[in-house]
Design a protein around this ligand. Structure first.
Ligand code: SAM
Length: 274
């Protein structure tokens, strides 16, 4: 991967890979021709599609900064963490408190190996192989149990992940299991691909085409409407500004506020368990 463009042992480069397509859209070099083909297909339909992952990473940065800062959270579980890029969760949280603990979880062994290779060698950051569709196995994982104190508030991060879970896999049930495992004061951050339906027909058409490309490429893909996305937070309280396009979630002064074609493609929000 990257500079040398040689696959690691066991890596399948005949099929597009979610993490590598995302990496390509973010301008990374950890991707292969098969991934770039899917990304280019997406870019043909949405010429500014690179903006959606970038806005999502901005949301991640500001949400984690809020969680580690104002909200005082010291433990993070980032599921579907993806290939490391600039501004990873542990870097943001540990800039606020070097002892903040972060466990990354991804179901892709290559993502896990890559993340492990880049992690600091200490007791505060770790990565495990885990599938969101089996949430108990993540919660019961010995590394998770060793690093996370489930009697103290936890930040659960599900960023650009739930659209990879088809309805048959019961995503509301999965997220409810995670919510039930953590105590009051915990937070849940979600960003999700959005289908605005009849409110914005052009964006709904993009969502339909996007879903089609994802289903064909990966066998998963679901753009959800606002009610479906909000329901993932259950009875937790969405903190202001609620569920909004990711660029509108507590932007920093000077942040880009141009309404790109993909402005409404990714919504993000953070909720607190009371
Ligand atoms: C679009 S990337 C998002 C990366 C990062 N969370 C972000 O917001 O920048 C989605 C990641 O979720 C992972 N993923 C997809 N389905 C998963 C599942 N069922 N369980 C765990 N990880 C999954 C993929 O391997 C990929 O790394």
């Amino acid at each position: 991967m990257g500079d040398i463009d040689v696959p690691a042992p066991g890596m399948d480069i005949t099929k597009p890979n979610i993490a590598r397509v995302y990496d390509y859209l973010l301008g990374g070099r950890d991707n292969f021709a098969v991934d770039r083909e899917v990304a280019e297909l997406i870019l043909r339909v949405m010429p500014d599609a690179r903006q959606a992952p970038r806005s999502n990473r901005g949301f991640l940065r500001r949400a984690v900064r809020h969680l580690a800062g104002e909200a005082g959270i010291r433990q993070f579980i980032d599921i579907g963490s993806g290939l490391p890029t600039r501004g990873n969760v542990h870097e943001i949280a540990q800039a606020i408190d070097p002892k903040a603990r972060v466990v990354y979880v991804d179901y892709d062994p290559v993502v896990v190996a890559h993340t492990r290779a880049l992690l600091p060698d200490d007791d505060f950051t770790s990565v495990i192989l885990g599938d969101l569709r089996a949430p108990e196995s993540i919660l019961d994982d010995p590394t998770v149990r060793g690093m996370i104190d489930f009697d103290q508030p936890v930040a659960l991060l599900l960023l650009l992940l739930l659209h990879h879970i088809n309805d048959d896999d019961d995503p509301p049930g999965i997220v409810a299991t995670l919510r039930a495992a953590v105590p009051a004061g915990s937070h849940l951050a979600i960003s999700h691909l959005h289908n605005p339906g009849s409110r914005r027909p052009e964006d709904a058409e993009l969502a339909r085409i996007g879903e089609e490309i994802f289903q064909r490429s990966y066998g998963v893909g679901r753009w959800r409407d606002v009610d479906e996305i909000v329901s993932f937070f259950g009875d937790w309280d969405l903190i202001p500004p609620g569920l909004v396009p990711t660029t509108e979630w507590r932007p920093d002064p000077g942040d880009d506020q141009i309404k790109y074609l993909t402005h409404y493609t990714v919504l993000g929000g953070v909720a607190k368990k009371t």
